[in-house]
Ligand binder design. Structure first.
Ligand code: ADP
Ligand code: MG
Length: 434
């Protein structure tokens, strides 16, 4: 029996239970025990990149687990297989992507599943399926996260591919510098020899004619060589002031939007973030945040971090009362002050029907549809409970409200015209019915 192998087997099993399965599979499973000599253990990994990554993320835990499992104080070192005997291994190419933003840590829901699937497809088949891919949404809904997720997956799974991420502001600056210092050729080489180019926040290029011209040529070169380009923006292509030719190019590929997460997805996001941060949130607190923070995942993260910090400092467990106090202004800020009455007024005005009919028992299609939309908006924009909404719509029960909500949610997802109508009514209601 080999003691070191047994010891390592135990430690690896422990790690497997504790860490992200993806990390386990990509890193820990590739570690091989090499030697155990007096209090020093040497573990071998495939290359220097692993040494650095495991050193920074897991070495301490590995050391503690080995010490605990062996009952002896052990000093654990990593060496890379290829460079195991070279004193100065060449520096590895560092991962330029934020490893917090991975596909694994992205919560998929109705509003973002298409963007998620398309991003994954790009790692599998760059340049072949959706080219270019154009993702747009409001702030804090995961666009940058998805670009980094593509980057991380390529870095770990397809290291043979050349990939670059750049914000459109960085691209502009590089372009200006290149002209000033006569380095246009270098710039072209940098961007035109890639397999995948990720450009974040394209809206900042609006009206920047010279930069857009450069981008257009970069685009054409990559596109003609079947190389992948992914853009994000806070609005659809035809609403950014871009070169018409570029807008036409977007139609060759896939343009998708990310919708704000619905309540179920918000709950899933909150639970996942809390778990990642090691924060215990009672269910009522999860519900409170999910009810109140509707349109920006970054705000959800901020709320969790604040609660967690407050709970640590005050040495008190997190409760609803604490959440209301600590998050007062975050929750207040996101909540539009919309009443069911205002929603009903806005919907009646739009469909030109009397309020009396909206609240009646009428089953005529001309009334049922507006009523369902009004219920949907009431659930989305107010904090009213289901039975409360039912009551305000002529005394219907909560299952009718759920049915209406699901029906409209489905339409919003599949029919762009209805999605546009619903957002218009939503904006009007949020503006107090003006
Ligand atoms: P955007 O670029 O669209 O403004 P980001 O990608 O920067 O938004 O996202 C803001 C924050 O919210 C990030 O920390 C990101 O990890 C998180 N986030 C957004 N959407 C999701 C999601 N579906 N699942 C998990 N985290 C998300
Ligand atoms: Mg972003």
């Amino acid at each position: 029996m080999n003691d070191l192998n047994t010891l390592w087997g135990e430690v690896a099993d422990r790690l497997k239970q504790d860490i992200d399965p993806y990390h386990y599979k990509s890193y820990i499973a590739l570690i091989r025990p090499r030697s155990w000599d007096n209090g020093r253990v040497v573990l071998e990994v495939p290359n220097q990149r692993f040494v650095e990554w495991i050193n920074s993320s897991y070495l301490e835990t590995i050391g503690e687990l080995m010490t605990a499992a062996s009952g002896r104080d052990l000093d654990v070192r990593l060496v890379s297989k290829r460079n195991g005997n070279t004193p100065h291994p060449p520096p590895a190419r560092a991962n330029p992507f934020n490893d917090k933003y991975s596909f694994e840590s992205f919560v998929v829901g109705r509003g973002n599943s298409t963007a998620y699937a398309a991003s994954q497809a790009i790692v599998e088949h760059p340049g072949q399926v959706y080219n270019p891919l154009f993702i747009y949404s409001g702030v804090g809904l995961g666009k940058t996260h998805l670009l980094h997720a593509i980057g991380n997956a390529v870095y770990h799974e397809r290291p043979e591919l050349q990939i670059a991420y750049v914000t459109s502001e960085e691209f502009t600056n590089e372009f200006i510098q290149a002209i000033r210092y006569d380095r246009s050729v270098e710039l072209r080489n940098k961007y035109r020899n890639l397999d995948i180019l990720l450009i974040d926040d394209l809206q900042f290029l609006a009206d920047k004619e010279a930069t857009l011209e450069e981008l257009f040529h970069t685009f054409n070169t990559l596109y003609n060589n079947a190389k992948q380009i992914v853009f994000t923006s806070d609005r659809p292509p035809n609403e950014i002031k871009l070169d018409e030719r570029l807008v036409t190019r977007f139609e060759w590929g896939l343009v998708i939007d990310i919708q704000p997460p619905d309540i179920e997805t918000r709950i899933a996001i909150i639970n996942s973030k809390a778990e990642n941060e090691g924060v215990k949130l009672p269910e009522e607190v999860v519900d409170l945040i999910a009810q109140r923070v509707r349109t920006n995942v970054r705000t959800i993260e901020g709320a969790i971090l604040r609660l967690s910090a407050f709970s640590a400092i005050s040495e008190q467990p997190i409760t609803v009362k604490m959440a209301r106090e600590v998050l007062g202004n975050i929750l207040g800020r996101e909540t539009p002050k919309v009443s069911i009455g205002v929603i009903q007024k806005v919907v009646c005005e739009h469909f030109e029907i009397p309020l009396r009919d909206l609240l009646s028992k009428s089953r005529s299609a001309a009334i049922v549809f507006p009523r369902q939309i009004a219920m949907y908006l009431s659930r989305n924009l107010t904090n009213a409970k289901l039975n409360e909404i039912g009551l305000q719509f002529g005394g219907r029960d909560h299952s009718t409200v759920i049915h209406s909500y699901n029906k409209i949610r489905n339409l919003v997802e599949h029919e762009p015209e209805i999605a546009a109508l619903v957002s218009k009514l939503e904006r009007r209601a949020a503006a107090g019915g003006q």
